[in-house]
Design a protein around this ligand. Structure first.
Ligand code: SF4
Ligand code: SF4
Length: 141
């Protein structure tokens, strides 16, 4: 009976508290700086060594030479396979790969999960590696 009273008290108390959940995606919590999201690619720096490919534990990254272009490489990422471990970023000798905070990557069409990073995620130092302040709104804190 005592437990029931405590339970009832908690239930009534919760009626007057702000919800702990947020109205996502309208309201977004700040993204922590250490979030490892989608990989970004600096095509100019890539030398095609494929160290990233060899070190990827999920077989998610592929480097191919761009046809008819001297020393230009394309980086294909499988978002279905990638586990966002950043191993490729740490081991790239030319620092051509970068971790970003982009994490909303779900797709209905499975074919869209394989992307060319130089097209969908070219590295932009001024906008990447940081949470997007415009999209971020503090909630319940
Ligand atoms: S490790 Fe870096 S330089 Fe080498 S192929 Fe991968 S992205 Fe290019
Ligand atoms: S983040 Fe990890 S899983 Fe994804 S491509 Fe790089 S090494 Fe592979």
């Amino acid at each position: 009976m005592k437990k029931l009273g405590a339970l009832l008290f908690e239930a009534i108390k919760s009626l007057f508290k702000k919800p702990v959940t947020s109205d996502y995606p309208k309201k977004r919590r700040p993204i922590h700086d250490s979030v490892a999201g989608m990989i970004a690619f600096e095509q100019d720096k890539c030398i095609g060594c494929s160290i990233c490919v060899r070190n990827c534990p999920a077989n998610a990254i592929k480097i191919t030479k761009v046809p008819d272009k001297e020393k230009v490489f394309s980086c294909e990422l499988s978002l279905a396979n990638c586990i966002f471990c950043s191993q490729c970023v740490f081991t790239c000798p030319k620092k051509a790969l970068h971790t970003t905070d982009k994490f909303e990557l779900a797709q209905i069409d499975k074919s869209k999960l394989t992307v060319k990073l130089e097209e969908v995620a070219p590295y932009k130092p001024e906008t990447q590696q940081k949470p997007d302040e415009n999209k971020t709104e503090k909630v319940n804190s």
